[in-house]
Design a protein around this ligand. Structure first.
Ligand SMILES: C=C(O[C@H]1C=CC=C(C(=O)O)[C@@H]1O)C(=O)O
Length: 470
């Protein structure tokens, strides 16, 4: 099932080699083909298994936009807190030396996919050894599925010594392999026996009490405190199987996976950080939570309770203020509804306010990400004071949890979600993370229960089941 002609690729690479010679540096050669048959994205990801450590998966809510990457033509890595600006500069420079087909469709052509740590200033532990503070990958092979189109892109880094014939052969062979066995995989539905260790549970509950007290007697309005559970299985986890479950069980969330070495960071986040399409930018305020009812009546009652609960409305309002203020710096004609509505996912319902704006000239997606992150849904308010509190009080290393994860293309489009409801999968073990917005009248026992609820999507996708987390 070859979709790109060998002669076409060969010609493009040969041109790239000439360009590399003339500018004395390596250049990107990118070419995209529209395919007129369906490709199952999880099957495509699975087919890339000989590129373990170099794959990613992304599906926007309702499968409206899916992107899968295999292999790396180039990787941007940063271990500093200047990562957004550094990547912006690196990406522009790479694009200045690229030859790509002119395709308007967002997410087709040269793209970067990657993730940023929640807090580059927090000391890094061994848990996240396979991930830098931030990384974004220009994938070798990309599958992009939009509402009505399906595209395959190959990206190559070419220098003056590249053998065009060899590179064209290798890339086409790999693409052919990726396009084998494209039927939707079926996985064994049997559940696993998981052992769950709740790390520093009592300390976490005590810290909620302490921070709520400090909030009552200081200028700090809100701090998000997170915790970690470590899950062990009798056999290695299979990331394709987890992706498949997440897609089925969490259809209105962002489903993501990013590999680093043998590890995989993955999740199902309901929270958009920011999307940029053309001149428009979209963000989401998501904060304030309650469970789902077991009957429609109970569910409605709980939703109503949430919509009228002063503590949750306050938690939410802090986020709306911060996102609106970040938008005011980068956008014009901002629109924010006056009141939140409910966003109901399988295990939980949230208060939700969408924010839309028209991006000012020369403001890029990464600039918006930098201005927004971390919103008070993940950090707190005021931002710096809340971050300082999290650094000193939280015992876990959040790593990529609660950081921005997503993609951008060569035309300035792209989207980032906030990497919550996530897990770092490491062979037979996984660390899961969940946090809660703490305000002055937060109750430690209820916040603890809320984290149990927030662990459920990933626990279930890992194939596990536990009464405590029900
Ligand atoms: C920090 C998390 O959730 C945030 C997003 C939505 C609702 C939240 C809340 O109600 O506390 C949190 O701010 C998490 O799931 O780990």
């Amino acid at each position: 099932m070859v979709t790109i002609q060998h002669s076409t690729i060969h010609k493009k690479v040969a041109c790239g080699v000439e360009q590399a010679k003339s500018v004395s540096r390596s250049v990107i050669v990118s070419t995209s083909t529209k395919v007129d048959y369906a490709i199952d994205p999880v099957a495509f990801y699975r087919q890339g298994e000989n590129r373990i450590g170099e794959r990613f998966f992304w599906a926007a809510p309702n499968g409206d936009f899916v992107m899968v990457g295999v292999g790396s033509a180039h990787t941007l890595v940063s271990n500093s807190d200047n990562c957004f600006k550094q990547f912006e500069k690196d990406w522009q420079e790479l694009l200045n030396y690229s030859t790509a087909d002119q395709i308007e469709e967002p997410g087709v052509g040269p793209v970067l996919f990657g993730a940023f740590s929640f807090d580059p200033k927090k000391e890094k532990t061994n848990l996240w050894r396979n991930f830098p503070i931030a990384k974004m990958v220009l994938p070798q092979h990309v599958l992009t599925i939009t509402k009505d189109e399906c595209w395959l892109t190959v990206n190559m880094m070419v220098d003056q010594n590249t053998n065009a014939e060899h590179l064209a052969d290798a890339i086409l062979k790999e693409q052919q392999n990726l396009l084998q066995n494209l039927t939707k995989p079926t996985y064994n539905p049997s559940h696993r026996e998981l052992t769950i260790e709740e790390l520093d549970k009592d300390e976490w509950i005590a810290s909620v009490d302490k921070v709520a007290g400090q909030i009552r007697s200081s200028e700090i309005e809100k701090v998000v405190l997170a915790r970690e559970i470590r899950v062990k299985s009798d056999r290695p986890f299979i990331t394709e199987e987890i992706l498949d479950r997440l897609l089925t069980e969490q259809p209105i969330s962002y489903i993501f996976a990013l590999e680093g070495g043998e590890d995989c960071f993955m999740g199902a986040s309901p929270e958009r950080l920011v999307k940029k399409q053309g001149k428009e930018a979209f963000s989401t305020c998501l904060a304030g939570s309650i469970g789902r009812g077991s009957t429609p009546e109970e569910d409605y009652k709980l939703g109503n309770e949430l919509l009228n609960d002063a503590k949750n409305l306050h938690e939410h309002e802090v986020v709306v203020r911060a996102i609106t203020s970040a938008f005011e710096q980068g956008c014009e004609r901002i629109s924010v509804p006056e009141k939140p509505i409910l966003y109901k996912i399988r295990d939980i319902q949230h208060l939700y306010t969408p924010v839309v704006g028209e991006v000012k000239k020369n403001v890029s997606l990464l600039t918006l990400v930098e201005k927004l992150h971390p919103t008070p849904a993940l950090g707190g308010h005021p931002k710096e004071e809340a971050l300082q509190k999290i650094r000193t009080i939280e015992r876990l290393d959040r790593g990529l949890y609660a950081g921005p994860i997503g993609w951008l293309d060569s035309k300035g489009n792209g989207e980032f979600a906030v990497a919550i409801r996530s897990a770092l999968v490491q062979g037979k073990e996984a660390s899961l993370f969940a946090g809660c917005g703490i305000v002055g009248d937060s109750d430690p026992a209820s916040e603890y229960k809320e984290t149990q609820m927030k662990f459920r999507p990933m626990l279930s996708a890992l194939g596990g089941f536990s009464h405590e987390f029900k």
